[in-house]
Design a protein around this ligand. Structure first.
Ligand SMILES: Nc1ncnc2c1ncn2[C@@H]1O[C@H](COP(=O)(O)OP(=O)(O)OP(=O)(O)O)[C@@H](O)[C@H]1O
Length: 255
């Protein structure tokens, strides 16, 4: 699937939060959005997953303007794992994951045997099957995050939007989540704070600063000490592991 944005702006009154964002995601790329706190990452992703309406600009899924699709239609194409997952009701973990099936069903249609199989597979995939009957609200933040990923997997979309997906997760589950998502081999757009995690998993990276894209490329192209200093005001050493074709960032100091 192709996700393209052209000149996406978002403002609240006179405050320009997004100042014209163009991205182009295709060929099953895993694309990272990085940038300092307040640079507009979440706002941009919310425009893509339709929690916010851009003030201007176009967002296209496979050449179709997103605003022309119903929420149900876009939910069949795009799933979301966001930062905050409050739930006011007493849903079980299994119920939450089954909600991922709703874009595929008619109103009041009952869950089928296949839906239950998909729910079980998704929960097993994130190592949470044993919590299927637990109340979602009794889980830890990291456990909830994995269940929300399972719900997104159960949605069976060709595109996944992740807003800081590894918040709350310990390092094992950070890597597990990123590995699961990488293996899906679909278009992924993820806001990521950890530059080393972004370097490990992203094919391409957009760097956002003050509501604008200031750099784009592969992790190797983007993560130079000069760029990181300019964007984050932090001194780093960037090491290259030529054997594994990876880079690693060591933080030195902050001004
Ligand atoms: N409803 C709002 N009213 C006023 N300002 C807002 C509103 N929503 C977002 N902003 C501001 O827009 C800017 C971008 O916020 P956003 O949450 O998109 O940043 P972010 O890059 O995701 O940050 P973080 O890394 O801290 O999660 C911030 O300065 C934020 O305070």
């Amino acid at each position: 699937m192709m996700i393209k944005t052209e000149g996406v702006k978002f403002n609240i009154g006179k405050l320009d939060i997004l100042k014209g964002i163009d991205i182009d995601v295709k060929n099953r790329e895993f694309v990272g959005i990085i940038g300092p706190n307040g640079s507009g990452k979440s706002t941009f992703l919310k425009c893509i997953y339709r929690t916010l309406k851009p003030s201007s600009g176009i967002i296209k899924l496979d050449e179709v303007n997103l605003s022309k699709l119903s929420i149900k239609e876009s939910s069949k194409k795009m799933a979301v794992v966001s930062q905050h997952n409050y739930c006011d009701f007493d849903f079980s973990v299994g119920d939450i994951v089954l909600m991922g099936r709703s874009p595929h069903k008619k109103m009041m249609e009952r869950d089928s045997q296949r839906d239950y199989e998909i729910m079980n597979e998704a929960l097993a995939n994130v190592s949470m099957l044993h919590y299927k009957d637990r109340n979602f609200n009794t889980l830890s933040g990291g456990e909830q995050q994995r269940v929300i990923l399972a719900r997104a997997l159960a949605q069976e979309t060709n595109c996944l939007i992740l807003d800081e997906p590894t918040n709350h997760l310990d390092i094992k589950y950070q890597l597990q989540l990123m590995n699961i998502v990488k293996k899906l081999d679909i278009e992924v757009i993820a806001a990521i704070h950890d530059l080393n995690i972004a370097a490990m998993y992203c094919d391409k990276i957009y760097v956002l600063k003050e509501g604008k894209i200031v750099a784009y490329g592969t992790p190797k192209e983007v993560f130079t000490k000069e760029l990181i200093k300019e964007v984050y005001e932090v001194d780093v050493i960037v090491n290259e592991d030529k054997e594994n074709n990876m880079i690693n960032i060591f933080y030195k100091s902050c001004i």
